[in-house]
Design a protein around this ligand. Sequence first.
Ligand code: ACO
Length: 385
Amino acid sequence: MKNQKNRETDFAKGLEGIVSNTTRIGYVDGEAGKLSYRGYDIEDLAEHSSYEETVYLLLNGKLPTLSELEEFTDKLKGNRTVADEVMNRITHLPCPCHPMSMLRSGISLLECIDDTCRIAEDLEEKKEAGIKLIAQTATLTAAVARHLQEKEPVPPDPALPHGANFLYMLRGERAKPLEERVMDLSLILHADHGMNASTFASMVVASTLSDLHSAVSSGIATLKGPLHGGANERVIRMLTGISSIAEAEAFVEKVLAEKTKIMGFGHRVYKTYEPRAKILQGYAKKLTELTGNEELFEIAQTIEKRVTEAYGSKGIFPNVDFYSGLIYHSLGIDESIFTPIFAVSRIAGWVARILEYLEDNRLFRPRAVYTGPTDLPYVPVRERG
Ligand code: ACO
């Protein structure tokens, strides 16, 4: 049903365009293709910041001093360990099971065993619980990824920053500097993005005064869907299913003729080339050169060129998932872990927005326009035809 506007039954399907709150955390300008966190342009943060500093900024509303950053980084490092009880359970879940389901289950299990997080009452306690959860989500995700390869988890290395340590826990060995830089960058770029579906879902749960772990689990559940975080998996399946530029050209003509949706293109808010995709595109080129995946980059470029020629006038351009999939693939990461990596980053935005919303909480409770029948006579079951 299309969105309708009239006096009795005003509604916006999917709450599209509805403003539900104010925020000082981040701003997405879909027309101009701009994204900022706490007033800082994403291009500046991508160039100069780190994931740790970006998380501090999102949670605290200002860039840290050097000592504040060191203290915050140490806190994240000190909270990386996940109890064996949880590790053992998530690695014994009945498989096959999507890694996002394993991660979601891991977060729920953490809530069951971690009293300090569960009983966090005031906003400062909740912030501490959130920092712990941000650190542990990376550890859980790496353990899930290794379990799927039938490998033991790798304990975190306290000498490494967040992104580099995450790659280390995935691989069991230190990555190259460009690879570490790209992982850090990708975590920065995915950390927050307005009232997207997973952020909204986690805020709805938090607004009931449920606990932070439950709110984050609902964010993970929402991010799993292919219209949201799950698109980058499909992008890389599409790209790796094409073996040459000529095949890419034929593929793109076919999907354009069939008018099917192309994964990694289009966005509910951006109607121009989005900044995250632009930044990742440059790094995807460098990384594919380093890892010998240049042809895949060329295939992506071929598809991008033709799709934007055809659909650019409708505001359809590559989104962040188009290049994040290519980047993670070039880092040797299995496609099933792409969306969990999104969660490793986006948990910062979820926690920041939940804390902000709880400062002046109001239970989310939209309504629906009833369009079904009314006044039906009840017929007992044995008398129904
Ligand atoms: N390929 C081809 N056509 C598209 C695409 C696409 N990827 N996306 C939108 N369109 C077209 C639709 O067919 C529709 O055309 P019509 O008006 O002729 O019927 C028009 O654009 C509007 O499409 P909607 O789906 O209504 O647009 P919406 O604003 O809801 O789109 C969405 C947002 C869901 C992301 C959509 O672009 C899509 O499904 N993209 C593919 C999945 C994807 O890449 N998701 C990742 C999003 S980014 C993120 O979550 C991090």
